[in-house]
Ligand binder design. Structure first.
Ligand code: SF4
Length: 322
């Protein structure tokens, strides 16, 4: 059996979700906001962060232009995606500025985007992708994992307690070591997604006249200047300044070391999960836990489960089989 961290996590969260996703291969036809933002944030980190600072702005724009290709965006989503584009761009610029000094402490190995597979006899395969390995000044190696969340990421928060307990750290260590990097653990780089939205501009924030006009001190166009509601460009300017006023609220970075005991515990969990999945699959014993459906925002399969649809016979609009 082949298992990845996300397969294990999905099974432990809701067996029905595992069945729908990994056995029946059912997906939403369009990415949900939270998955799209997470994926695009990860793309920015993978393609832009390894570049010199003076090349990052152009590369970030290029990466987001590809992700939000206007030719593929339906008319009714244009405005929403334009705001999301700016949210990611300016959050990334704030992130890059905030971690500028810390980033100098590391050399970064960029691994080719390929799946690593580790065999555990007799028939278990752990699979996953590790793409960035920072090396600190003392020569210690880590796996860099970028995460996005809506939760509190302050020191001592439940978020970090959960990260400490999770088997993601030993799983990444196992994978990185199999790829030839003797890592100490995982360096989590977390971005708390901003909840602020475009608002009516405050007069005192607009200044200048003619072509010399600005919003919060940054040059804008006459169209931006006269808009009732902040345009995506203006929103991005305000967002970046807002993040830089309290960056610790939005960004956190922590190294979680991994011991041999953590690795042994992870393998036990992986083995036990594999045995359970095999048994449940063979006997078709998938169960669900309705407490999970709305726990972290609405589950992507909510409209299937809440309407008692048999997904082997039909699918609601907005879903497809892969
Ligand atoms: S909607 Fe609820 S029961 Fe259905 S897959 Fe999601 S979490 Fe599981």
């Amino acid at each position: 059996m082949k298992l990845s961290y996300s397969k294990i996590r999905t099974y432990r969260t809701c067996q029905t979700e595992y069945w729908l996703s990994y056995i029946l291969g059912i997906r939403r036809s369009e990415d949900e906001d939270r998955f799209r933002i997470g994926t695009n944030w990860h793309d920015l980190q993978a393609h832009v962060t390894p570049l010199p600072l003076n090349e990052q702005l152009a590369a970030a724009i290029e990466t987001l232009d590809k992700a939000y290709n206007v030719e593929h965006i339906p008319e009714h989503l244009m405005e929403k995606f334009a705001v999301e584009y700016r949210k990611l761009l300016h959050s990334y610029l704030a992130w890059s500025e905030y971690w500028k000094e810390d980033n100098k402490r590391y050399g970064i190995y960029v691994l080719p985007e390929q799946r690593i597979e580790v065999k555990y006899p007799p028939a278990l395969h752990l699979i996953g992708v590790v793409d960035l390995i920072p090396e600190d000044k003392k020569g210690k190696l880590w796996v860099r994992e970028y995460k996005t969340t809506s939760e509190d990421i302050a020191d001592g928060s439940d978020y970090w307690k959960n990260v400490q307990r999770d088997i993601q750290t030993p799983i990444y260590v196992i994978l990185a070591r199999a790829a030839g990097f003797d890592v100490q653990g995982v360096q989590y780089d977390v971005f708390r997604k901003p909840q602020i939205k475009p608002k009516k501009p405050v007069k005192k924030d607009l200044s200048g006249e003619g072509t010399q006009i600005s919003y919060l001190g940054v040059t804008v166009t006459p169209d931006d200047f006269s808009a009732e509601l902040e345009t995506p460009v203006m929103f991005g300017i305000r967002l970046q300044q807002h993040i830089m006023e309290k960056p610790e609220y939005y960004f956190a970075r922590k190294e979680i070391p991994c011991t041999q005991a953590d690795i042994d515990r992870a393998w036990r969990t992986i083995q036990n999960t594999a045995k359970q999945i095999k048994y449940v699959m063979k006997n078709h014993l998938w169960v669900d836990d309705p407490q999970r459906c709305l726990e972290y925002g609405k589950c992507q399969y909510w409209s299937i489960c809440s309407n008692n649809i048999d997904p082997e016979k039909e699918l609601p609009i907005g879903f497809e089989r892969k």
